[in-house]
Design a protein around this ligand. Sequence first.
Ligand code: ATP
Length: 200
Amino acid sequence: MRIGLYGGTFSPPHNGHIRAARLFLREARLDKLYIMPAGIPPHKKADAWGDGDSRLEMAALAFGEFSEISDYEIRKSGRSYTVETLRYLKEKHPEDELFMLVGEDMFLSLDTWKAPEEIMKLCKIVTMRREATPQCVMEAAAEDYRRRYGACVKVLEAEPLRASSTDIREKIAKGESVSEFLPSNVAEYICVNGLYRNDC
Ligand code: ATP
């Protein structure tokens, strides 16, 4: 089987994430996709975060139709390092091939993550642009990882869909509309639960 991993803060999950996950499923011809909301990501400030349970619930609304939402990183104590999550998935699926989707920003800094060599041994990397970075810059980084780590990397040729959770949280705090960036069930969840508002 071809097993995919797509991790992130998902605070909240937005249309850019959903489009990326659907492309990943199709382009990597996955049999199963795990969506992995992060516990305490090593590279992010804790104060910008929604709590784990809300993020799991929003992930279920956004991706539940076509993937399995894993609470592994959120339930695990301590920081969540991708290499540990990949070891866990490899143990769970010893005979299967692992693929991991990372967006442009994460991809370009992959060699600064904990144990990049092991990460790139454990899984094949799939990436796509999300900002103005040209495709050739992504391809150059892919080539560099192939050379340095023997990585197997595929850069998807999809036009980026601009959306960012930070922008969405900031807009909600200012009372601006974010409906164009979110699926309606996630927008409703945020509204009903009063998430990301300044007054709560
Ligand atoms: P934040 O603004 O809080 O940092 P984010 O919008 O970057 O959040 P994350 O949850 O950190 O979202 O992203 C999870 C993964 O999805 C990362 O690999 C990121 O690069 C990727 N990603 C985020 N937004 C997009 C997008 N619009 N298109 C493609 N990939 C994306």
